[in-house]
Design a protein around this ligand. Structure first.
Ligand SMILES: Cc1ncc(COP(=O)(O)O)c(C=O)c1O
Length: 437
């Protein structure tokens, strides 16, 4: 049966595949009844999204923070197409192939310390689930029962599956209505400053013997509100875990591959987690791929003559050759092109432009790190109107919660970045004046 939404407006310039009233595609984080129709898009090149009606938008989001080299980068497209033509997919159980072997080796070289063992899957959430499973079984394999719980942080976000929802901010986060259906975990505040550090250690000590791992996003808590913390806070977590023999899982799904200015946020703090999760920019925004990368300490706890000690996980598409080829091509670009310098240039532009918003009504703060800029408002009233105004101004920016977040592709030119920032500042200022004054 074909069903449609009754009250969505229809435009004449729409392509024949697009029905703005269709309900067949159920959209993410969206109230389907009231949402305006999505914008039909034909293609994307570099930093430009081309809409079906001919309009072009400069992308300020990198498609949920994935497209670090811009869209349809010829090197990634070429390598991925070549791989699809040779071996588009094969199961990783009992068979292996060059793209996965090569990628795992390159990730081992790139990741901090002895994070040498990559377990592949298709999404960030699942990689965090795998990291959790590794941590629980690490203890079981060592003969310690009872370590089943995780310490995670206020404002944290680690995914939308049930186990990962249990690590997100349970009180203030987007899944709070489902809290009774989630596994119990242990909440803590980011250990920023002496008081929070003491509270954090008290939490670890109060739950001694029951904790499998501490789980954190490094330096920036993303979807939970783009909150920043210091390298000292991250180092403190590492030390507090070391002092107690606990595992530390660091979720680099948003921050990994240059977003905060170094290849991984952990590099800035100089710490090595026991398991690190990566996804998003791993394939340069080309195909879905993620990995939970473990240290030798964790890997070796599974290394045994006992089959019962193996990691019982195996997503059907894990290590998909085309996705691994895209990731290898993305890593080639990090080697060949000046990505981290481009990130530094974006950071410098944020420093020039974002403070010009200081003083507008409803503003809480502007902040930035690397190629990640944040305009935090008291709230986002009239959110649909704000989103529409960005499109009208020729930019693609998706504000959420109470933040307007800028995470453009690293390859954005100086002119494009200036256009993006000027548009965002002009729209935000006039929207804030109309809704907060
Ligand atoms: C830090 C972090 N962890 C996990 C996830 C979940 O990844 P995915 O949406 O690929 O499941 C996200 C997604 O935004 C994220 O930012």
């Amino acid at each position: 049966m074909i069903t449609t939404t009754p009250d969505a407006p229809v435009k004449l310039s729409e392509p024949d595949w697009f029905d703005p009233k269709s309900r067949h595609v159920w959209r993410p984080y969206t109230q389907m009844k009231t949402t305006p129709p999505s914008l039909p898009i034909e293609s994307a090149q570099g930093v430009t999204l081309k809409l079906s009606d001919g309009r072009e938008l400069i992308c300020g989001v990198s498609s949920w923070w994935t497209a670090c080299h811009g869209y349809s980068h010829p090197h990634i497209v070429g390598e991925t197409q070549r791989q699809v033509g040779t071996l588009s997919h094969v199961m990783l159980g009992g068979l292996t192939h060059a793209p996965a072997e090569r990628l795992a080796r390159r990730l081992a070289e790139l990741a901090p310390g002895d994070l040498n063992h990559a377990f592949f899957c298709e999404s960030g959430s699942v990689s965090v689930e795998i990291a959790m499973k590794m941590a629980i079984q690490y203890w079981l394999n060592k003969g310690e029962q009872g370590r089943q719980r995780f310490v995670s942080f206020t404002n944290g976000y680690h995914g939308d599956t049930f186990a990962t929802m249990s690590l997100c901010d349970r009180q203030g986060g987007m899944h709070k209505h489902l809290v009774d259906s989630m596994p119990e975990q242990i909440n803590a505040d980011i250990p920023e400053g002496p008081e929070a550090q003491a509270r954090f250690e008290a939490v670890l000590d109060a739950h001694e013997g029951t904790i499998a791992a501490v789980v954190t996003e490094p330096l920036v808590q993303g979807a939970g509100g783009m909150k920043f913390h210091s390298v000292e806070a991250l180092r403190f977590m590492r030390k507090a875990c070391d002092d107690r023999g606990l595992l530390l899982i660091v979720d680099e799904i948003m921050t990994g591959f240059g977003r905060t200015g170094t290849m991984f946020a952990c590099d800035r703090a100089g710490i090595v987690p026991d398991v690190m999760t990566v996804s998003k920019a791993l394939t340069g925004g080309t195909l879905p791929l993620a990995a939970a990368i473990a240290t030798t300490r964790v890997f070796d706890s599974f290394w045994s003559d006992d089959d019962g000690k193996c990691l019982m996980h195996g997503p059907t598409y894990m290590g998909n050759p085309a996705a691994c080829a895209a990731a290898n091509a993305s890593l080639d670009l990090f080697e060949r092109e000046p990505r981290l310098q481009q990130v530094a240039a974006i950071e410098a532009a944020f420093a020039r432009y974002l403070p010009t918003l200081l003083g507008i009504p409803g503003l809480v703060e502007v902040r930035w790190t690397g190629a990640l800029g944040v305009i935090e408002m008291e709230s986002l009233k009239e959110l649909d109107a704000l989103k529409a105004a960005f499109v009208e101004a020729g930019v693609w920016v998706r504000p959420y919660s109470n933040v307007i977040v800028l995470m453009p592709p690293f390859v954005i030119s100086e002119d494009e970045l200036e256009t993006l920032l000027r548009a965002v500042i002009t729209v935000t200022r006039s929207w804030a004046q109309s809704v907060f004054d």
